[in-house]
Design a protein around this ligand. Structure first.
Ligand code: SF4
Ligand code: SF4
Length: 388
């Protein structure tokens, strides 16, 4: 596999500037043959949020990517995502992505409308995924992630972004089936092996730091990354914001499959290097010591290892994990968190103005989906023992 990651500077989201940066990055990273192809573009639309919040891939970035692919002779360009709580008729209006799809004559695809079974022979914890049927029409997929921190997985980039190919609420049940970082990372890696995306273009012009992927703060990095090797690209992005790539569960798991890379030192940088653009004060999610099922060299499925852990150890792990807490003064009682919670640990109680969200911490698996989805950032992830 090609090990090149192109890192190119780009000052802002002016479409022409992003287009030129992306073109240089793709050419430097080894090129891409899109002539006559149907391409599925997967931006990150965690939920439909305004571009300045840095929650979604920026519409200017998407427009530049479409322009580049059209210039390369792509036959059809399909764009879509599946936010966790996708309303009927979702068209990505607030994020500006829907307007770009219309303006460029690309096709918007509602991922909830059609599903197919995708098998992954090499899956360690998942051999078959139910995904959008847009994959059936596409010759290949390009992941268009936004560089962001992530409360559960520390970092979200090109590989994690493909989780959105799985339609809507089905996704939250994955957190119940794969409750540890390690087992979740194994599932995401299996998904990437099944989909085999052709490329990733990363929007790191304005990234998100702090308590991502939705409640953090926009942080200007002024960078565009491109690679046909998604693990290499994610590892480079982690290096830029100051995470050792091997400390990120998805990177570590993907590396162990010997498909993308044999070691992070194999990555080549034809444009800028990580050292040249590294940010020393990026606010990251604190790396915690894993009490989970990590046994070096053991090839047994991580999902299985979760259940092999003795119950007291699992309870201890949960008790020591940071947990979600509701700020009642901010909560607008929309109930989104109760709908996304796959382990049914959240409930809206009371009536009228007295309504409040109750969390049953004995059921809570610390997936932080509620924190991700809350539209008013009323859910904080707090260190254990600090109360609600
Ligand atoms: S905590 Fe957030 S998501 Fe949950 S009900 Fe309140 S506002 Fe809605
Ligand atoms: S309460 Fe929040 S963190 Fe706990 S299981 Fe539910 S969605 Fe996940």
């Amino acid at each position: 596999m090609n090990n090149k990651v192109a890192i190119v500077r780009c000052a802002d989201y002016t479409v022409d500037k992003v287009y030129r940066a992306l073109k240089l990055a793709v050419e430097s990273a080894g090129g891409l043959d899109a002539a006559g192809k149907t391409v599925l573009l997967k931006p990150n639309i965690l939920f439909d949020a305004a571009p300045e919040k840095a929650i979604c891939t920026h519409p200017g970035f998407l427009e530049a990517a479409i322009q580049l692919l059209n210039e390369m002779g792509a036959k059809r360009i399909i764009v879509g995502d599946s936010p966790g709580l996708q309303p009927p008729g979702f068209s990505a209006k607030t994020s500006g992505i829907g307007a770009v799809v219309k303006k460029t004559g690309s096709e918007w695809r509602d991922f909830t409308k059609g599903k197919i079974e995708l098998s992954g022979q090499d899956g360690r914890v998942m051999k078959v995924f139910t995904v959008t049927d847009a994959l059936k029409e596409a010759d290949f997929v390009i992941s268009l992630p936004k560089l962001k921190t992530h409360q559960l997985m520390y970092f979200t980039g090109a590989m994690k972004n493909l989780f959105g190919l799985i339609p809507t609420l089905t996704k939250s049940t994955f957190h119940v089936r794969f409750p540890s970082q390690e087992s979740f990372a194994a599932m995401i890696t299996d998904l990437n092996l099944a989909v085999k995306p052709a490329y990733a273009f990363m929007d790191a012009i304005i990234a998100m730091e702090g308590p991502g992927p939705s409640a953090g703060k926009p942080r200007k990095l002024g960078l565009v990354l491109a690679s046909s090797n998604l693990l290499a690209l994610d590892a480079a992005a982690c290096g830029i914001i100051g995470y050792p790539p091997d400390k990120i569960p998805i990177n570590r798991e993907a590396l162990s499959r010997n498909y993308w890379l044999k070691g992070f030192d194999e990555i080549e940088y034809p444009c800028l290097t990580v050292e040249e653009v590294k940010v020393t004060d990026f606010v990251k999610v604190h790396l915690k010591k894993s009490l989970g099922p990590r046994v070096r060299g053991l090839r047994a499925p991580s999902q299985l290892l979760d259940f092999l852990l003795p119950k007291p150890i699992r309870c201890l792990r949960d008790a020591l994990s940071s947990r979600p807490g509701i700020d009642r003064s901010l909560c607008i009682r929309c109930g989104d968190c109760t709908r996304i919670c796959g382990s049914r640990a959240m409930e809206l109680k009371g009536e009228g103005k007295e309504k409040y969200v109750h969390i049953d911490y004995r059921r809570c698996i610390r997936c932080y989906c509620c924190h991700e989805i809350c539209p008013v950032h009323a859910i904080e992830v707090k260190k254990a023992g600090l109360g609600r």
